[in-house]
Design a protein around this ligand. Structure first.
Ligand code: ASP
Length: 342
């Protein structure tokens, strides 16, 4: 029998640990120690669990790159002493955090699993216990003394996903996330089934490198029929703006009127990177497939392929923060770095 895994559980906030404010009835984050005492099952797991918490747990709508830095730093500080990490996080922005951490943690060779719940842990019908317990079990999985997973994942409602492939799709159902462009890494039924062919393989000889410098001078623009070119222009004229995720239609298509192209052209001339990402939840950008995307290719938009908007934003913040040269930027963006695109 191998050694018991050591798991670090980091509580950042989110519904999982919330209680109802008795005056207003609104859910707010509460003390983490109380959370752990509500799950006696944790002591039955075949691993050692240490818990740490944000000083002030937050609703994930308040998450920002500084918090991502704190999560990454906690993992960095404890990296050598633990076999796996479980991050409890609100579901609202969990996909963004998961995508960001995937880029921030270069050469990761241990699992980092984000999870949370739709109902607080104290609720009779809660989904929190299954999510938490299975996440810890997955983080503790070993094979020949090495962790089975070595990437940033998101576990919710019986499925483990690559975090940077996910999107929150439902505010009501327990099945709150989807990963339409990449299959689940593991599924929890009577047995825990890991789909090994879909996992990233780590390079264990390289040391973990944590990148905390992120540049958030970026924006998302989602097209819709009737979108005003004046608004487009105004966004591109934002002082300091460095990159835009342009959410286009279908396989990466957009209007072909001259004014639209001119606005994009002048933005690109002003050294703003524009990434073409489809606003469809699944599928890929294929610039040049339709006449309505050939102009985007000619203008020099970066091909977002099948990346999610969440991962595109995180990748931009990471690449801009790491001062990738203008020349190499497109090539690096269009290359999968953490399995975030095909
Ligand atoms: N508003 C909550 C949050 O994201 C929702 C959740 O935890 O699921 O923090």
């Amino acid at each position: 029998m191998g050694k018991r895994s050591d798991i670090l559980l980091l509580y950042t906030g989110g519904t999982i640990g919330m209680i109802k404010d008795f005056k207003t009835g609104a859910l707010r984050a509460f003390d983490f120690d109380k959370l752990v005492s509500r799950i006696p099952e944790l002591s039955h797991l075949d691993c050692n669990i240490k818990t740490v918490s944000f000083d002030e747990p937050i609703d994930s709508s308040n998450m920002n790159p500084e918090h991502w830095g704190k999560i990454a730093q906690t993992i960095e500080e404890h990296y050598d002493n633990f076999d796996g990490f479980v991050v409890l996080h609100g579901s609202d922005t969990m996909s963004y955090t998961g995508a960001a951490l995937s880029f921030m943690l270069e050469n990761l060779s241990k699992p980092v699993i984000l999870t949370g719940s739709q109902l607080p842990i104290g609720d009779l019908r809660t989904d929190a216990k299954e999510n938490l317990i299975t996440s810890i079990q997955i983080a503790a999985l070993q094979d020949g003394g090495k962790p089975v997973l070595s990437e940033v994942c998101l576990y919710f409602e019986y499925k483990l996903y690559r975090a940077n492939r996910t999107t929150k799709i439902n505010a009501e159902h327990f099945e709150a996330f989807a990963s339409l462009n990449y299959p689940p890494l593991a599924e929890s039924g009577v047995h825990l089934k890991v789909n090994r062919e879909y996992l990233l393989s780590p390079n264990r000889r390289k040391k973990l490198k944590v990148h905390k410098e992120l540049d958030n001078n970026i924006a998302v623009i989602r097209l819709f029929p009737g979108f005003s070119n004046a608004v487009l222009k105004a966004v591109f004229e934002t002082p300091g703006l460095r990159a835009v995720v342009l959410e286009t239609y279908g396989a990466g298509n957009a209007p072909t009127d001259e004014e639209f192209s001119e606005v994009l052209q002048s933005a690109i001339r002003n050294e703003i990177f524009v990434v073409n990402v489809t606003q469809c939840s699944g599928g890929s950008v294929l610039m040049g497939k339709y006449e309505t995307s050939t102009h985007l290719q000619e203008l020099g938009l970066i091909n977002g392929k099948d990346i999610t908007t969440e991962a595109a934003l995180a990748k931009l913040m990471y690449l801009l923060g790491n001062k990738i040269s203008r020349k190499a930027f497109r090539t690096v963006f269009e290359t999968p770095l953490r399995g975030e695109m095909n």
